[in-house]
Ligand binder design. Structure first.
Ligand code: ADP
Ligand code: MG
Length: 247
């Protein structure tokens, strides 16, 4: 990571409820530009909800304040600016099935940034080469393996030159033999200065690549620290029992 003191994501008192059921109980979190943060924790602990609030894929309590690169995340005109800076990669890839791989990657730069088609195509080919699937450009997502589709999804997110990339369990839907190729791409990305927030069950990846690991449970940020702190000397019993169960 490029160490800078500049905060790119700031979360203050984040509360999120579904009806009377509160999913996030007041999360405070600052993430520095270039930082790689892995979020771990049991199923249902609010990991997805937390990162989906960062680009307002989920609405949250109006008292909560999230800013990305100084822009407040809330409904309205500024939201498009936030979303242009924040790329997201989902467990289920979410590619457009009726478009070729190349078109999937070209779409947002053309639509959102008004990039000319030829330039978008050239950039898309460069990105596909970067994630190791240049030769798949003219296929449709359904013709690719899961690992290849996820690499397309990463290329598509990168096409907008985001400052922040959010990953929600990017390898959880993959056959085991494809997990490594996606983690390799993410590991390389982590060295490029883009800020990454990665919800993952890949503890080896978190230990190796994260600058900071966050453990969530029950809609609360229970503990955070360096990978060695969280994995080797966690303070909280809840963290210890989770790690005993998964490691
Ligand atoms: P995680 O990603 O850690 O598994 P989630 O953020 O998906 O957890 O979910 C946190 C909690 O919010 C869970 O209890 C889940 O059941 C609940 N939840 C998520 N989405 C909805 C929804 N659309 N309606 C009601 N409850 C939801
Ligand atoms: Mg989740």
């Amino acid at each position: 990571m490029t160490v800078t003191a500049r905060t790119i994501i700031s979360v203050r008192g984040l509360v999120k409820s579904y009806g009377t059921f509160t999913v996030l109980h007041g999360i405070d979190l600052d993430i520095a530009e270039g930082e790689v943060v892995c979020v771990i924790g049991p199923s249902g602990s609010g990991k997805s909800t937390l990162i989906r609030c960062i680009n307002h894929l989920e609405a949250f309590s109006p008292e909560s304040i999230i800013t990305v690169d100084g822009i407040q995340v809330k409904p309205g005109a500024a939201l498009a600016k936030v979303r242009a800076e924040v790329g997201m990669v989902f467990q289920s890839f979410n590619l457009f099935p009726h478009m070729t791989v190349l078109k999937n990657v070209m779409l947002a730069p053309m639509r959102v940034r008004g990039m000319a088609e030829a330039e978008a195509a050239q950039k898309a080919r460069e990105l596909l080469a970067r994630v190791g699937i240049a030769e798949q450009a003219d296929k449709y997502p359904g013709q690719l393996s899961g690992g290849q589709q996820q690499r397309v999804a990463i290329a598509r997110a990168l096409a907008m030159q985001p400052k922040v990339l959010l990953f929600d369990e990017p390898t959880s839907a993959l056959d085991p033999e494809m997990v490594g190729e996606v983690l390799d791409v993410m590991r390389r990305l982590a060295g490029t200065g883009v800020t990454m927030v990665v919800v993952t069950h890949e503890m080896g990846f978190a230990r190796q690549v994260a600058d900071r690991v966050i453990f969530m449970d029950g809609g609360r940020l229970v503990e955070m620290g360096s990978p060695s702190t969280i994995f080797d000397t966690p303070r909280e019993e809840r963290t210890r029992s989770f790690l005993r169960a998964v490691l």
